[in-house]
Design a protein around this ligand. Structure first.
Ligand SMILES: Cc1cc2nc3c(=O)[nH]c(=O)nc-3n(C[C@H](O)[C@H](O)[C@H](O)COP(=O)(O)O)c2cc1C
Length: 358
């Protein structure tokens, strides 16, 4: 399975390290830096695909027209762009996105969180994207339960499934398990149903080489990280947010799964089975103590005016992040994250004590 990923993404190293599409945060600089280091970087097109064309054009510029050697050869009219694009399917417009996908041929699209009937929506996306890129753009689907994984395998036949556990930062299923049980159970069920060849990428709570090595032991071919990449030079993120990621530890008690952060920000179209994991702050505590959404939203709007000061335990700005937040201690280049995580995981998997430190 690792070899099927490597043949699709020739520049990548094994085990595969992926930077997750993170809305408004994962832009061309981050995605290209991750791919340049031998990982697979995803841009986030989100639910509103207005920046998609601009971001892919910028990514293409960074890949082929920067001071660095190209990651993939720019041959033919449609060279494969060595980054992926993540969509939030409950809002993303397929017709609008298709022409751009066809024009830039990203290495993969990552589909997530379609409204019901979800598998029908994903099936249509997969068919159309494959058709417009002659199957060169691979289809990744992020799932959060065993049932969802099997349904997507049967209906969509994705090239890769991202298995998102409950520790993940940002949005995911309200009810889910950690990758510790989710990855092996999905692997067994897919295998029993004739889909054992679909590679799995584990996501949720993985922030260093120990997590990546564990994901490999569980049966994944690699890992996707979001929270770890919040603290890198290339993330499009405010200082207040990034400082909060460095400050917070003990993610199981300092973060929470909730819909409060969507409600205060007026984002109300997520399908009901999803919520988001973020650091507990004043918006969350006030909601829990009975404050109405309207009052809470007003206070949030006032907080925006404080800029970076709006983050922190007394703040109201949202810090979406996973339980792995306590493992994130420094802001470094994205490529160094990929190289450090890869080196540490390989040392563990090869039982090489000399390579164990980050
Ligand atoms: C700030 C943030 C924003 C995210 N935005 C998206 C998104 O736009 N699309 C998506 O598919 N997943 C999104 N995710 C979830 C990731 O795809 C991934 O499942 C998660 O980051 C993995 O867990 P980790 O944060 O513990 O590494 C986001 C995660 C974070 C932390």
């Amino acid at each position: 399975m690792a070899s099927s990923l490597h043949s699709a993404f020739a520049w990548t190293k094994s085990p595969l390290i992926v930077s997750a599409p993170m809305l408004r945060i994962a832009r061309p600089q981050l995605a290209v830096s991750v791919s340049r280091a031998g990982g697979l970087g995803f841009l986030a097109a989100g639910f509103d695909v207005t920046d998609l064309e601009m971001d892919l054009e910028r990514a293409a510029g960074l890949v082929w027209h920067s001071k660095y050697p190209p990651i993939t050869p720019q041959t033919g009219p449609r060279p494969l762009l060595p980054v992926g694009v993540g969509f939030l399917n409950w809002g993303a417009n397929l017709t609008r996105s298709l022409a751009t996908i066809g024009k830039y041929t990203p290495a993969a699209v990552w589909l997530f969180a379609a409204a019901e009937p979800a598998s029908e929506n994903m099936e249509t996306w997969a068919k159309e994207v494959r058709s417009v890129t002659n199957g060169r753009t691979k289809i990744w689907v992020q799932v959060g339960s065993v049932a969802e994984a099997l349904e997507m395998a049967q209906r969509v036949r994705p090239d890769t499934l991202v298995v998102q556990g409950s520790d993940a930062g940002g949005h995911g299923l309200c009810q889910s398990a950690s990758v510790i049980t989710l990855v092996p159970e999905i692997k067994d069920v897919l295998s029993d149903n004739g889909f054992g060849d679909i590679p799995l990428i584990a996501a949720g709570g993985i922030a260093d080489g120990r997590g990546l090595a564990a994901a490999i032991c569980l049966g994944a071919a690699g890992a996707a990280m979001g929270t770890r990449f919040l603290a890198c030079h290339e993330a499009t993120i405010s200082k207040g947010y990034q400082n909060e990621v460095l400050r917070v530890s003990d993610g199981g008690v300092s973060t929470v799964r909730t819909t409060v952060y969507d409600r205060v920000r007026g984002i109300n179209k997520w399908p009901q089975q999803y919520d988001g994991r973020g650091v507990m702050n004043k918006s969350f505590h006030d909601a829990r103590e009975g404050m109405s959404d309207e009052d809470n939203r007003k206070l949030y709007q006032e907080e925006i005016l404080k800029g970076d000061e709006g983050w922190g335990p007394e703040g109201r700005m949202t810090t979406y992040a996973g339980t792995g937040i306590g493992l994130v201690k420094d802001i470094i280049p994205a490529g160094d994250i990929v190289e450090g995580v890869s080196r540490q995981a390989k040392a563990i998997l090869e039982c090489n004590p000399d390579g164990l430190s980050k």
